[in-house]
Design a protein around this ligand. Structure first.
Ligand code: ASP
Length: 358
């Protein structure tokens, strides 16, 4: 069990004792970067967030900040970090009304999807955000992103006062996206994320416009935080000319338990006998294969063409309209549950956290 005794730093605001209480968890990424004396971008001392963002003092929320002991560039994030983060949210769940996770943009979509699975029956908002330009730099998008993310984390239905977005989600550049539908699509512009195959949960213009029909309903059950993720997973992206050596090397990785098969169009793949034999052999060894399309829109329909006709009978699971990010983390989550083969198949094909539209 990781040491969860990390200090909480209160940030001064205008809120009174009845105002929503929000926890900001800083994990690293560009949002918290500053130039060091050698001109390199490195994580800065984040306890001084209020100095970088004096506008926080005007908010009507009670804010506390928790920083990971060693903030990271999100390219270094691992499943162990996701479980640690889930543990922190679990530890503080009852004391706070909502959570904002400051995270690097590069793997934010994976982290948001992973947390969506691990935090089952979530009843509060966990909003991931970050920035394309560091908080201390001119023209940073950190202020806009963070302040609106905090508003979303605190939001309640105007009439019934229940939590407005009881989901793990990504807020970036005025768009709120379900955690299992987010994809980073841009590395240079502020609009870095896209909601794939699903409408945004909210848009921030002059006012915050929530799409309540797209937001998942509040669960009746208590939060359940899962503590296992299977790391024996891989992604096999097809391309014309891929060789048997490449396919068999990836599917033959020792300890492999599951693989996302990134196929063409509506889930199509070569019909070459060597290719089908590699897949069948992996399946016989118990490797789970999740068929995900390389297309950004649309869905996998196994059997639509001859090129995917054999997949269902081999036990390859069609990923419907899932993103690769949500598929990789779904494999990690479902295989980490250690349930029977029949249950694993059922869960992989089920919509667990709004990641697929059936
Ligand atoms: N490399 C950074 C990260 O993902 C990029 C960013 O935050 O925008 O941590």
């Amino acid at each position: 069990m990781p040491d969860l005794n990390l200090p909480l730093l209160p940030l001064p605001t205008r809120a009174d004792a009845t105002a929503p209480r929000l926890l900001i968890i800083y994990t690293g990424g560009t949002v918290g970067m500053a130039l060091n004396s050698s001109g390199e971008l490195v994580p800065m001392e984040f306890g001084h967030l209020d100095r970088q963002m004096p506008e926080l003092a005007h908010l009507q929320f009670r804010l506390e900040l928790l920083s990971l002991p060693a903030p990271i560039d999100s390219s270094n994030v691992t499943p162990a970090d996701w479980l640690f983060l889930a543990g922190l949210i679990d530890q503080h769940y009852l004391d706070f009304d909502g959570f904002v996770v400051l995270h690097g943009t590069d793997t934010m979509a994976y982290s948001a999807a992973a947390l969506s699975y691990v935090l089952e029956h979530l009843g509060k908002a966990v909003v991931f955000t970050g920035a394309q330009v560091p908080v201390g730099a001119n023209r940073s998008d950190a202020q806009r992103n963070l302040i609106t993310a905090l508003e979303i984390a605190a939001a309640r239905h105007p009439r019934v006062h229940t939590v407005r977005v009881p989901e793990v989600c990504v807020f970036f550049n005025d768009v709120l996206i379900r955690g299992t539908r987010a994809k980073k699509v841009e590395s240079q512009q502020f609009a870095a994320f896209k909601s794939e195959n699903y409408p945004p949960l909210a848009r921030a213009g002059i006012s915050l416009e929530f799409d309540d029909n797209s937001i998942r309903l509040l669960p009746g059950a208590r939060l359940k935080v899962h503590g296992q993720l299977e790391t024996g997973v891989a992604v096999l992206r097809l391309f014309p000319g891929i060789t048997e050596a490449v396919v068999s090397a990836i599917l033959g990785v020792p300890g492999l338990r599951g693989c996302v098969l990134e196929t063409y169009g509506s889930g199509n793949a070569p019909t070459a006998p060597w290719f089908l034999a590699c897949l069948a052999e992996a399946r016989q060894r118990g490797v789970w294969l999740l068929n995900v399309s390389q297309c950004e829109e649309g869905r996998v329909v196994q059997g639509k063409y001859e090129t995917s006709a054999r997949f269902a009978e081999m036990g390859i699971v069609g990923g419907e309209d899932i993103t690769t990010e949500a598929a990789v983390t779904k494999l990690m989550f479902v295989l980490g549950l250690g349930v029977s083969e029949a249950r694993t198949r059922e869960l992989l094909a089920t919509d667990l956290r709004g990641e697929i539209t059936l």
